[in-house]
Design a protein around this ligand. Sequence first.
Ligand SMILES: Nc1ncnc2c1ncn2[C@@H]1O[C@H](COP(=O)(O)OP(=O)(O)OP(=O)(O)O)[C@@H](O)[C@H]1O
Ligand SMILES: [Mg+2]
Length: 308
Amino acid sequence: MDQASSLRKMVEATGKRDRLNRLETAVENPENVPRVIAITSGKGGVGKTNIVGNMAMALSAIGKKVLVLDADLGLANIDIIFGIHPQYNIGHVLNGEKELSDIIVDGPPGIRIIPAGSGFVNLTHLTEGQKLSLLSEFEALNEISDIFLIDTGAGISSNVLYFNLAADECIIVATSEPTSITDAYAMIKVMSSQHNAKHFKLLANMVKSESEAKSVYKNLCQAADRFLSGVAIEYLGYIPRDEKICDAVKQRRTVMDFCPASASSCQFKKLAQRLWESPKRSDNVGNIKFFLHRYISAKTNTADQHAL
Ligand SMILES: Nc1ncnc2c1ncn2[C@@H]1O[C@H](COP(=O)(O)OP(=O)(O)OP(=O)(O)O)[C@@H](O)[C@H]1O
Ligand SMILES: [Mg+2]
């Protein structure tokens, strides 16, 4: 069953036709819904959180409304670079203590953050009624955002994979270290061979030059072309190694805010424009609600398999 028909079945079961109509509008007009992009990596510590924070700043600077999901279920580092202190997370929404709107935190202008906390882990235990109500709360997010960036944890653990698979687009971050390239390849391999994901964007971080970035890209493409079938990796660009990023983190700021003229900030501005203008190559339908639906379905199916 495809995602639209499974959603339709779920919503029809509750007799809520108006919701179904709004869903159909979203499917028919994919241009009007936010782009849902996961920023991920095979190896940890390659710069995902700084990339999400600074891309959010750069996208907001070109007038886009950005929503960030802090989906690193371990350490919530995005709080540090935005200098925020969220009190609540999705867990509080799931247990009924808070509405989704209560837990969303305002970051720098044009940017809002949803702290996932460990709440996402419990999504398989929801009743159908709870799921529907959470999905409809997520639907409202489509109206307050042009782009939804997901800062995932690192590695091929199932939680990271669910976020990547549920997103419309997946940006893999890698550095020039061989282990980072190997782990990026491992991520692409699992996503393509086990889950049929075929499109990826590569962002090289902490590189000395564009030519170093291109060689990271080339290495990854060569391995993918040789061993994986039908995988397309697009070169999104690079961020240079820049001490100003570390200085900014120490001050609990993004480098875009701390030093907007730095080499890395200039690249973030270019990348944000390029990302926004790049065509969406995805089989998924862009919509934050569908993202959540896909995430819950993937988790629930896996939980069912384990239970058998
Ligand atoms: N382009 C860069 N130049 C210099 N330092 C960088 C750059 N990008 C990131 N860093 C530094 O690398 C470290 C790790 O960055 P970050 O926390 O963003 O990585 P991550 O991929 O989110 O890590 P994790 O996998 O633990 O979530 C930070 O100390 C950050 O300051
Ligand atoms: Mg991180």
